[in-house]
Design a protein. Structure first.
Length: 134
């Protein structure tokens, strides 16, 4: 029977304790990562489009690292953008800094808003640890 392991990277304890959700859950070799946004460890929204996108990916990276995984292990990427996708070109440039060897599937959505004012994007991933290329 697979084991359910909650992944809470250092600096994300306040998310687990305050908002009662896990940044990641590892079941067997599959890592489910909760939507990550461009907030710092104090839950302050990062200012600037590119800076916020980068912070959101760094937050994803923290969860991956805590589970002994990396961006090469990500097989599914979902992104939600505030209001419209006007900053998609900037987002793609930032995304390409993190996904350099293997590309995941990707679905993007435009939404009306997020749980905190000022958030521009939310990134959710699924990773399979230890996959080899065919």
């Amino acid at each position: 029977m697979p084991i359910r392991k909650v992944i809470v990277p250092e600096g994300m304890e306040n998310i687990y304790d305050t908002y009662h959700y896990a940044p990641g859950i590892l079941i067997g070799d599959t890592l489910y990562i909760s939507g990550q946004v461009g907030r710092d460890a104090d839950l302050n929204v990062v200012r600037g489009v590119e800076a916020q996108f980068s912070q959101a990916f760094r937050n994803v990276e923290k969860v991956l690292t805590a589970a002994s995984a990396g961006f090469d292990d990500v097989v599914e990427l979902e992104t939600w953008f505030a209001d419209d996708m006007a900053d998609l070109k900037t987002f793609m440039a930032v995304k390409d800094r993190f996904f350099v060897n293997r590309y995941p599937t990707w679905t993007g959505f435009s939404v009306k808003g997020f749980s905190m004012p000022g958030i521009l994007v939310e990134i959710k991933c699924k990773a399979i640890l230890g996959l080899a290329d065919a």
